[in-house]
Design a protein. Sequence first.
Length: 191
Amino acid sequence: MDELKQRIQEEGLNLGNGILKIDSILNHQLDPLLMVNMGKELARLFAGAPVDRILTAEISGIAPALMTAIELNVPVVYARKKQPITMRGTIYTESAPSHTKGGMVNLLVSGEFLKPEENILIIDDFLASGETLKALARLVQSAKANLVGVGVVVEKSFENGRTNLSDAGFDVHVHALATIASMEGNTITLA
């Protein structure tokens, strides 16, 4: 997606340790028109997949997931990081390390919103090492639902997340709107 790639080149900052700061686009401030266009493109990429529901992780995955869901006309469920008092009954829980939080993060989804046999599309902000996406995929497995694909805004291919997903048994179509081949110093190299 050319518009996204251009914005990453203009506004992205390499903070070291594999962390890409694109807060003006995705993680702190949102560009509504860019979000709409990203949702349309992700929906186009998964148009042939049977999708009943989109799953993401709070909070940065919500905007691209929502825009994709609007195009596909399906609901979005986001994995919570803390359990609210309203979340009762069956709760699916997984943990994953977070680059930006510097520790483990819990991901929780109510069984009320992730049901057996449903076709689930995961949409998230980044694919780096693949740990968060593997945790989301395990939530889908726990619910006895079907994972039909993974879409991300940005993939950092040098962190091998796509391979890690596949090696963990999640061999589904993975699409990224922008792929970063390397980040060294002030240079962000797109694939």
